[in-house]
Design a protein around this ligand. Sequence first.
Ligand code: PLP
Length: 456
Amino acid sequence: AAVPTGAVADPEANARVRADDRAHVFHSWSAQALIDPHPVAGGAGASFWDYEGNTFLDFSSQLVNLNLGHQHPDLVAAIQAQAGRLATIQPSMANDVRGDLARRICEVAPEGMSKVFFTNGGADAVENAVRMARLVTGKRKVLAAYRSYHGNTSTAITLTGDPRRWANEPADGSVAHFFGPYAYRSPFHSASPEEETRRALEHLEQTIILEGASTIGAIILESVVGTNGVLVPPPGYLPGVRALCDRYGIVYIADEVMVGFGRIGEWFAFQAFDVVPDLITFAKGINSGYVPLGGVIISDEIAARFDTVAFPGGLTYSGHPLACAAGVATFEVFARDGILERVRDLGARVVEPRLRAMAAKHPSVGEVRGQGLFWAIELVKDAETREPLVPFNASGPDAAPMAAIAAACKKEGLWPFTHFNRVHVAPPLVISEEDLVRGLDIIDRALDVADRAAAG
Ligand code: PLP
């Protein structure tokens, strides 16, 4: 049968997909009887479509994953060609695409980082980075930010600061959380970004001292905090963290799972903030999630510690050829189509001014912030008090205003990413300027719903 290239109403398929899903698929992070997952039939570029004749502009990139959009022909062709040649091979063999991809990753990573350990996704990249840090320092404790998400395997979820950690506790006692900078809701009541940097670093140093520098093996930080707010670090913060890690013998892990590979217009987001970590975790954008892939980029100093001592970790699918082939194709598309330059240009020229105009126009917009094609619109009841439009971690009826904003977007053909009291803007990096403007206009109109909710 021909593959449809756009939305076609097919009630029979819609009913079948929904019935199988409801009967047999156990979904992530959900009360199974209370959800109604939307059946998706296909996608192309910045859009996907369902079986009811609807096409949605994808401003979520499917959990900020599809940097090169749906069904990119180069990635699909690379996977097909690789599948015809060598579909899989165990990790202990050498393999051409795996080596090719590792070399390309190291070429765009900072100097002095020339080894990659491949994983199946982001959480296991975090697990293995932490394992490396613990082994090389001989210290077990890891510091992580409250406003963070690092994955849903056992160590990664205890590192995670956001409420998804709560039900997975008790944590294993070797993680401590701290406040990262967040100028709009400063835990330190700072008056400026510079003051926020200074106070956040003082707080982090106090945390290190009181938790015991002799017990802390690593600090893990999202270079730009993603799901928990698109928090761009203020000037000097990440270099300050680097200095503290050096002073106290702590490994600095940059979690680039969501922001790596182009999201803010850099290969790695930390490159915009003048810092070099010891370990980098990545996943998602490396191949837009077409085949699961993640990994850890390792400093030469840490890698050398495993030259003659075995690294005690491994995964059957590590460096899977289909995933790596899609990764190699990703590098080729980035170079040929100037993706990084495009993201910087669209972010500064199209997204930022439009979001700033929305902030000026809508009383419910407390703050807009972001970089490249990664932004958050933070919604409030009152711009003076900054009371969030919905309470922290709201669900059900408490979250109704956010559900209404999402529904208004979907009605006009935009699939948004909403989280707590925020609407995030994270379209595929290949989105056309016309679609980007169309999507932002839809959000602009949906914010009328937020204004009404704020006015009560
Ligand atoms: N780290 C960050 C910063 C993330 O955003 C995510 C997922 O969204 C993860 C880790 C976990 O990645 P995965 O879902 O591939 O395990």
